[in-house]
Write a protein that binds this ligand. Structure first.
Ligand code: BV8
Length: 254
């Protein structure tokens, strides 16, 4: 039995030609990837992401940080896109619709569901670069499938000085300007912004829904528990991504 879509949400979505979807960790929760607010599992139960996803943690112990990302990349590869990812990709494929995904997530589930216009504000688990010369590292990385406490990162083959690190935006690091500008353009030009599965805690990403409101773009939140942003949005729909988004796409066909 499909979830009933509130009429005003259905109507805004149905009329939208330019759609932007801002996603956070809750988008991937029903694929089995724990959100940041969930307890870390396995080796990392005693670790707060905020303590490892920083340049300081990397400088202090690169092998531990490199192992954490290798474990997360292997875990993400074992997950599949959920019906919510597939609904967004189906919406992008509808005639006359131009849809951009702006994601805080570093997994590749949007792409694997078929989304083609995806802006990764915080990078990707599957991209690496040198921590000295910044050169992308495109050689094959044989990462173990089982979790390890420590994995020594390779040395940069180009400069020979740096270590290979995840190409991910850590806390205290600036976002890629080009990617952020693309996200702002997609929000400015949108007929609707959907905000799916984010607690709205991390900036500058968390400032994007407020920017949409200032541009006069209606903002719809899809989040079973609400978030720090709920009070400033036009519609907060307390539903999960994998239940709400397929129901919404089906309602567009009605
Ligand atoms: C920057 C990659 C400036 C890493 C991430 C002090 C020093 C320096 C900076 C700061 C500082 N104090 C504050 C800042 C700014 C800081 C920040 O915002 N901190 C927070 C903690 C206050 N931001 C930064 O540092 C950013 N950079 O400011 O640089 C600068 C400028 C110039 C020069 C130098 C510096 C960089 C931030 C990016 C950090 N990297 N990710 C990795 O993944 O390992 S952030 C990471 O956490 C995620 O990407 C995401 O953005 C965030 C987690 O948030 P969510 O995705 O929302 O996930 P969460 O678990 O919180 O919530 C899940 C939600 O889903 C919940 O609401 C839940 O209800 C819902 N949900 C659950 N299940 C479902 C669901 N929804 C739908 N369906 C379901 N089934």
């Amino acid at each position: 039995m499909r979830k009933k879509v509130p009429d005003e949400i259905r109507d805004i979505a149905r009329d939208a030609r330019s759609v932007t979807v801002l996603t956070g960790a809750g988008m991937s929760a029903e694929s089995g990837i724990p959100t940041f607010r969930d307890a870390q599992t396995g080796l990392w139960t005693r670790v707060r992401p905020e303590d490892l996803a920083t340049p300081e943690a990397w400088d202090r112990d690169p092998a531990r940080v490199f192992a954490w990302y290798a474990w997360r990349a292997a875990a993400a590869r074992r997950c599949e896109p959920n019906p919510g990812h597939r609904a967004i990709a189906a919406w992008e494929g509808r005639d006359g619709v131009e849809l951009t995904v702006v994601t805080q997530n570093v997994d590749d589930l949007h792409e694997r569901a078929g989304s083609r216009r995806v802006a990764h504000l915080h990078g990707s688990l599957f991209a690496y670069k040198c921590d000295f010369c910044d050169e992308p590292y495109t050689e094959r990385l044989d990462l173990p499938r089982s979790p390890h406490e420590r994995l020594e990162p390779p040395q940069c083959p180009r400069c020979g000085l740096g270590r290979i690190r995840p190409d991910i935006v850590w806390f205290g690091e600036p976002l890629d300007e080009g990617v952020f500008d693309r996200a702002v353009d997609a929000i400015r030009d949108a007929d609707v912004l959907l905000v799916v599965g984010t607690s709205g805690i991390v900036y500058p990403a968390a400032g994007l829904p407020g920017l949409a409101t200032r541009y006069g773009v209606p903002v719809i939140e899809v989040n079973p528990h609400g978030s720090d942003l709920s009070h400033e949005l036009d519609h907060a729909w307390p539903v999960t991504a994998a239940v709400g988004l397929p129901a919404l796409i089906e309602a567009l066909e009605e």
